[in-house]
Ligand binder design. Structure first.
Ligand SMILES: Cc1ncc(COP(=O)(O)O)c(C=O)c1O
Ligand SMILES: N[C@@H](CCOP(=O)(O)O)C(=O)O
Length: 467
């Protein structure tokens, strides 16, 4: 499989190259040159497969010649068998006759990010084995990517990770999951700013030849295609259990950077019968506005009780706009440059009409989020975190054929957001025993001004330059 940039002006790479590069050299994002496709018979054959077997089937076409089948299978076994606290890896839980939760938080750091990052850590290690390179990973987090990426690469030879988080804007559990990992290759940086600023700094570092030329940079955010590839798997895994390919399934996805829901779009492109993708946002609603009125304009980020979704520049939306624009890289580059300068664009008619075929959206305010947490607890006995609650509230707000199962992606364990869950339900979720001592552990992180010069100077002091 070959990978092209959404902005049409970067080298075409294979899977290994795209995984190590992270971001394309022209500022765009790598996407497969074409979408692989499964027939209905091939999807039916996935019924009864284990998570690992499903993962290998779904990801093999994307990996192409970069890994042989045995190696891909071994890596999936290492990533999923044993590292997740549930045999099904991503189990389904039924709430009522139509609604289901897809629990994606059974990994080591209690959020859906583990599903992709456990594999990505192993991919980096495998690809580095035949290269004489030291990888410098630079990432930005609104709380969950950071800990999952750190868990995946802490202590690995030949890799350093620098993770930027917005100071004071992540939950105490989220922060400690990052800052209590004391491996010498882990570098946590708290910036005075929000996630969008952290993400912009990361992209600027990749795009600055003076900085990126000195190090072998890579990315762990969902700008890295390999992240999304691994997230496609659970759409297949859930849908075949609910009757696909005969029966279509809808998914409601709590959304910030548009990565998780874009993985659902790719699953649909690959032949999975997806009835609807519900883009569930909090009051930081750029995606809801874009999908309902074509207005993709970034406002100020407002802190909420669902902090991982406090995002106003949704990186992966670029991948959708590219696909819906007839994959015209030059036109997309112009559109994205306008967005980068003015922080606002209007979607073209082709983009709006194309998106409307599969996507719908809902903006959930804090009261409805709290109500969804309380009702789910009272009616189903399930504690859900604020992000999942937004997905559930959105799922229930959309008018869908009652015969179609609606799966809400449960993206984080409620214990990551204990205060918010307790406020809404009166019940305080307990930290799972594997991180039960989190509040006794020592923390280590640096506070750095959110400017390009300060952050790059800090990283350059600690990172290993190219030989
Ligand atoms: C718990 C949680 N839910 C939802 C999201 C949104 O996912 P995405 O950014 O892929 O849209 C995030 C962060 O990305 C998250 O950490
Ligand atoms: N919510 C994320 C933000 C980064 O998103 P990513 O999926 O692009 O890594 C987080 O928790 O860090």
């Amino acid at each position: 499989m070959r990978y092209v940039s959404t902005r049409g002006n970067a080298p075409v790479l294979d899977f290994e190259g795209a995984t190590l590069a992270g971001l394309a050299a022209d500022g765009g994002l790598y996407v497969p040159e074409q979408w692989p496709h499964f027939t209905a018979e091939e999807i039916a054959e996935m019924a009864g497969l284990s998570y690992v077997e499903t993962a290998v089937r779904v990801m093999a076409p994307f990996v192409g010649d970069s890994l042989d089948r045995d190696t891909l299978t071994r890596l999936c076994e290492q990533a999923y068998a044993g590292r997740f606290a549930h045999d099904a890896v991503t189990p389904l839980v039924q709430l009522d006759h139509q609604h289901w939760l897809l629990e994606l938080f059974h990994g080591p750091t209690l959020a859906f990010k583990d599903v992709a990052l456990q594999l990505l850590g192993l991919l980096f290690e495998t690809f580095l084995q035949h290269r004489d390179e030291h990888l410098t990973i630079i990432g930005a987090t609104s709380g969950d990517t950071g800990s999952a990426a750190i868990d995946a690469v802490a202590g690995r030879e030949g890799i350093d990770i620098f993770m930027l988080h917005p100071r004071g804007r992540v939950s105490d559990v989220q922060r400690r999951q990052m800052t209590t990992v004391l491996s010498p290759n882990v570098h946590n940086i708290a910036i005075d700013g929000n996630f969008d600023q952290a993400q912009a700094l990361v992209k600027a570092m990749f795009n600055d030849p003076g900085f990126s030329g000195r190090f072998t940079l890579s990315a762990v955010n969902s700008i890295n295609w390999a992240r999304l590839m691994a997230q496609i798997v659970y759409y297949f895994y859930a849908a075949v259990r609910l009757g696909a390919p005969e029966c279509p399934v809808a998914f409601s996805v709590p959304t910030g950077n548009f990565g998780d829901v874009f993985a659902g779009y790719v699953a649909a492109k690959m032949g999975l019968p997806v009835a609807k993708l519900i883009v569930a946002t909090n009051i930081n609603d750029i995606l809801h506005r874009a999908l309902t009125s074509g207005d993709y304009s970034a406002g100020e980020v407002t802190p909420t009780a669902a902090p991982s979704m406090d995002i106003q520049v949704s990186s992966n939306f670029e991948r959708l706009l590219f696909d819906l624009n007839g994959r015209d890289g030059a036109a997309l580059a112009e559109q994205m440059q306008t967005f980068e300068t003015t922080r606002a664009i209007r979607l073209t008619n082709a983009q709006r009409e194309g998106a409307a075929k599969l996507f719908t959206s809902a903006r959930i305010d804090p009261d409805d989020m709290a109500l969804a947490m309380r009702r789910t607890w009272e009616r189903s006995g399930e504690l859900v975190d604020p992000h999942t609650a937004i997905g559930l509230a959105a799922a229930r707000s959309v008018d869908l054929d009652p015969a179609i199962p609606v799966v809400t992606l449960a993206t984080a364990h409620p214990a990551k957001f204990r205060d918010a869950v307790e406020r809404s339900t009166g019940t305080r979720p307990i930290l799972p025993s594997r991180i039960g001592d989190l509040f006794e552990r020592e923390e280590k992180y640096d506070v750095v001004h959110a400017t390009f010069d300060d952050v790059t100077a800090h990283i350059a002091e600690l990172a290993t330059p190219k030989a």
